[in-house]
Design a protein around this ligand. Structure first.
Ligand code: SAM
Length: 282
């Protein structure tokens, strides 16, 4: 029998991937966790039936959520990562010798355990000595933080279930407070294409611009996410993602990447007109 993994990308659109086998299925207090082996995408991690990471295209998401802020401010030393249980964002951050401390706050310990066992491609650097793992709700964690982090990366699930709080006004306000005077916040910002995702994207943008003087959205192509067109938010107290990019300095670091380069850094902030219109409305 041929098995398929199917995800609803909108109420009337489905995306299916042919499976070779299921490697793991379990439930935590927060969500259903599954790992599949596929021919096209390698291993896939799905939470509550939604693809989070595939071995084939994870480099796009993790390069762009990490290297864009790191190339904008080369003096980032202390980073807070919220969510990110697969470890891909941590793997990219650990490539910078200049980073001294990475605090990762993941609500679901089982996601980390499962990824360590089945997805070493992304989870390989979770044991880096600079990484401190906290298993708690990111919404609660940031409440008590003040002027502490140079960079916060929100690598979360979508704005429902455990991830809902990470798209609220309260959360963005506390992130602002937790950041230093030149701090940067980058978050996964949903997709502009299908109506439901676009509504989440607009809400997030509207709430973030209420706090940060510099707010931009940048885009990436992720084949396994709904519509393939995904956005990240870049919010900052001081650094501008294009004007402050020092491409030569970043290129001198010699970090080898499969997707990110300093040209795509600049280009990813150029948005299609229909996305600009959506952001104008907020
Ligand atoms: N790249 C992915 C995407 O955009 O689909 C995100 C991957 S990562 C696996 C997302 C993680 O966020 C999950 O492991 C989930 O448990 C975690 N998460 C969701 N809500 C959270 C919260 N309130 N606090 C901390 N972590 C949370």
């Amino acid at each position: 029998m041929v098995l398929w993994f199917t995800e609803n990308h909108s109420p009337t659109v489905r995306f299916s991937v042919k499976l070779e086998k299921q490697l793991f299925s379990g439930s935590s207090d927060f969500q259903k966790i599954e790992v599949f082996q596929t021919e096209e995408f390698g291993k896939i991690l799905a939470l509550d039936g939604l693809i989070m990471v595939t071995e084939k295209d994870e480099f796009i998401y993790h390069d762009m959520i990490t290297h864009v802020p790191m190339a904008t401010n080369p003096n980032i030393k202390k980073v807070l990562v919220i969510g990110a249980g697969d470890g891909g964002t941590i793997r990219e951050l650990t490539r910078y010798d200049s980073i001294e401390q990475i605090d990762m706050v993941e609500i679901d310990e089982l996601v980390v355990d499962v990824c360590k066992e089945y997805l070493p491609q992304t989870a390989s650097k979770l044991d880096d000595p600079r990484v401190n793992l906290f298993f708690e709700d990111g919404l609660r964690y940031v409440r008590s933080k003040e002027n502490e982090y140079d960079l916060i990366i929100v690598d979360s699930t979508d704005p429902f279930g455990p991830g809902e709080g990470l798209f609220t006004k309260e959360f963005y306000g506390n992130c602002y407070k937790a950041l230093t005077d030149d701090g940067i916040l980058v978050n996964q910002h949903e997709s502009p294409f299908y109506e439901e995702d676009a509504a989440g994207m607009k809400k997030a943008h509207q709430r973030i611009i209420g706090y940060f003087p510099i707010c931009h959205v940048y885009q990436v192509h992720i084949p396994t996410y709904p519509s393939g067109h995904w956005l990240f938010g870049f919010a900052s107290k001081k650094y501008h993602p294009i004007n402050d990019l020092d491409a030569d300095s970043w290129n001198k670091l010699g970090i080898q990447t499969k997707y990110y380069n300093t040209d795509i850094h600049v280009g990813s902030f150029a948005l299609p007109n229909y996305v600009k219109e959506q952001l104008k409305d907020v």
